[in-house]
Write a new protein. Structure first.
Length: 131
């Protein structure tokens, strides 16, 4: 017996994982707001290009997610950064903050929407070793 329900709408695909190093992967997890979602994905893609998995953390097989809050100006300058939730490993938390400093400024084209205002994003910086 065939179903009379209409097919479910197709959902947009999530962005693919961005390979950060040979033994690590950054999985992008966008938030719900489409504007913030787009900016978050683009900023995470930019950060992935500057990512370094700390050697001591790799050797100790440390993994975790550092939730950071960043405030970006329309020109891409990073004006504030703080850890919203620790990974549980100080070395990974420090690496996430170092990553933000190293990758700044973020290209304004990665997130600027045309409004002259700062943008606050909550970003998951994921350190995961692949098997």
């Amino acid at each position: 017996m065939a179903s009379s329900q209409p097919p479910l709408p197709e959902l947009p695909a999530l962005p693919a994982a961005v390979e950060t190093e040979r033994n690590g992967t950054d999985v992008l997890t966008p938030p719900v707001d489409p504007l913030v979602n787009s900016a978050t994905v683009r900023v995470l893609e930019w950060l992935a290009q500057h990512r370094r998995y700390p050697g001591p953390a790799r050797r100790a097989r440390l993994q975790g997610t550092v939730e950071v809050i960043v405030v970006l100006m329309p020109d891409g300058r990073l004006v504030d950064q703080r850890i919203a939730q620790s990974s549980g490993h100080a070395i990974l938390d420090k690496a996430a903050l170092d990553l933000l400093r190293r990758a700044s400024p973020v290209p304004a084209s990665a997130f600027f929407t045309g409004e002259a205002r700062q943008l606050e994003l909550r970003l998951p910086i994921i350190y995961r070793l692949s098997i």
